[in-house]
Design a protein around this ligand. Structure first.
Ligand SMILES: [Zn+2]
Ligand SMILES: [Zn+2]
Length: 245
């Protein structure tokens, strides 16, 4: 399957950048993991909106779901023009409930609460969820296709739970929202790049992609920190770059 990075910043992008959004294409299924601000524009550089089989949101912070608000307009217009005949499925945690309910938009969006204990199958993709700690309910997402598997962390500061869930994965797409030098009080909600590297090492993943970068930071700083504890294949998730898993 092909993983294309549409946006890699958080909680806001630098000029010309976008926040979290990742297109997964297995040939018979196209899904979008997270839909932060700037992602809808980038998505259409690769596929038509009608081709999307589902959008799956790790959590309901705006840097991961802001463009769903705009996607709703697109879906509505496309259905009115009969250029799309079924609603776009959006899977999300129903917590905070107020944010979840804001995603509803007539019959052009089918809003579905993520059931973390159930396996979700979308064509050839098998998807599982694991709740990991963040400022609101956040699911790490495992996507498997043809015996290959990758895990996306969403936003979290859970080290052990994410390592367990990622064990043996071919690729871990992991947030590294912080560096070790960041103030402790803002560390409550995110992983440092070093922690992300530690998770990849503990889980024995074959490849690590770092994401969720602060807009004013040099990306090399994240790699330097993570590589102090992980010596597998690693790079930062490059905007508009595709990775084959
Ligand atoms: Zn975020
Ligand atoms: Zn968040």
């Amino acid at each position: 399957m092909k993983l294309t990075v549409l946006g890699n910043y958080g909680p806001y992008p630098k000029a010309g950048g976008a926040c979290s959004g990742f297109l997964v294409d297995s040939g018979d299924a196209k899904i979008l993991l997270d839909c932060g601000n700037g992602v809808l524009s980038r998505l259409q550089q690769y596929i038509d909106i009608q081709e999307l089989d589902a959008v799956i949101l790790s959590h309901l912070h705006s840097d991961h779901m802001g463009d769903v608000m705009i996607l709703r307009y697109a879906a509505n217009i496309l259905m009115l023009k009969r250029q799309m005949d079924s609603p776009i499925k959006v899977y999300a945690p129903a917590d905070p409930l107020e944010e979840f309910e804001r995603l509803r938009f007539n019959s052009s969006i089918e809003l579905i609460e993520i059931q973390p204990t159930a396996k979700l199958t979308i064509s050839s993709l098998n998807i599982r969820f694991k709740e990991v700690q963040h400022g609101c309910k956040n699911y790490a997402i495992s996507v498997e296709h043809g015996g290959r598997r990758f895990v996306y962390s969403g936003d979290t500061n859970s080290v052990d739970e994410l390592a367990e869930f990622s064990r043996g994965a071919d690729l871990l797409l992991c947030e590294a929202g912080l560096l070790e030098r960041d103030e402790k009080q803002i560390r409550a909600m995110h992983l440092t790049a070093k922690e992300a590297g530690g998770i990849a090492a503990a889980a024995g993943v074959k490849r690590l992609l770092l994401t969720h970068f602060q807009p004013d930071m040099k990306l090399e700083s994240y790699i330097k920190e993570a590589s102090s504890v992980y010596n597998g294949i690693m790079e930062f998730a490059g905007e508009n770059k595709s990775y084959f898993i």
